[in-house]
Design a protein around this ligand. Sequence first.
Ligand SMILES: [Zn+2]
Length: 282
Amino acid sequence: MKVKVISVLEDNYMYLVIEESTRDAIAVDAAVPKRLLEIIRKEDVVLRAILTTHHHWDHARGNEELARLCPGLRVYGADERIGALTHKVTHEQELTFGAIRVRCLFTPCHTSGHMCYFMWEDGSPDAPALFSGDTLFVGGCGKFFEGTAEQMYTNLTQILGALPKETKVFCGHEYTVRNLKFALKVEPENEIVKKKLAWAKQRDDEDLPTVPSTLQEEFLYNPFLRVTEEPLQKFTGKTDPVEVLRTLRTEKDNFKKPKERPNPPAMLAFDWGLFSPFLEKK
Ligand SMILES: [Zn+2]
């Protein structure tokens, strides 16, 4: 199977997965139909299905249009709010597209109906792929909009974290540089964070994606997967892994990259003389 990484909107990723023997294709998070259709035409494949990770517009807004343009298109997801949904899937449900196998992994928290998709081909030497939407990012994790730290902890450790270490991680956004700057604040001594950040900056300069990473790598620099490590406990002042994760998320929510060089506040030129007639009336 071949995965095409398509950057759309400001920093989103849309993916097209191609089953090479049948030339069928599956899209993950089809936000921009025009871009997707261009690539489908260029690759000469037939779009059979869309897998939507969650209902947010920057992941799902192309569904209706694509369903209209591609009769018989199947739209999978776990949330009724997903546009043009035809197949509601549940945790650990498996789907087959030619030689491609998909396991749905329910990871509620960023949204209450968030689904990740784990994909592989039987008998293929290629590493499996995880489409992690806005649950797991390269170097980070999604905001807890509709869920709790307990849920994200389960998602990251028991569901996604338990997948084979060589799994390639294809996430929903290009947030890597920002995420790793925060990771470096959390673990200033972590050499792997420093190295990955330097690499990600370089990719950014060249306008190249930082996906995919591997799960194995993520465990070395992603603070949200490292909640039992001593530097994380030190940074958050907590020991319980769920509390470490909760504090980490709050810190990340408040983490802003420092402004370049803020301008000094503008001096107000104020001529009291102009207002004196009014002032005198008082
Ligand atoms: Zn989202």
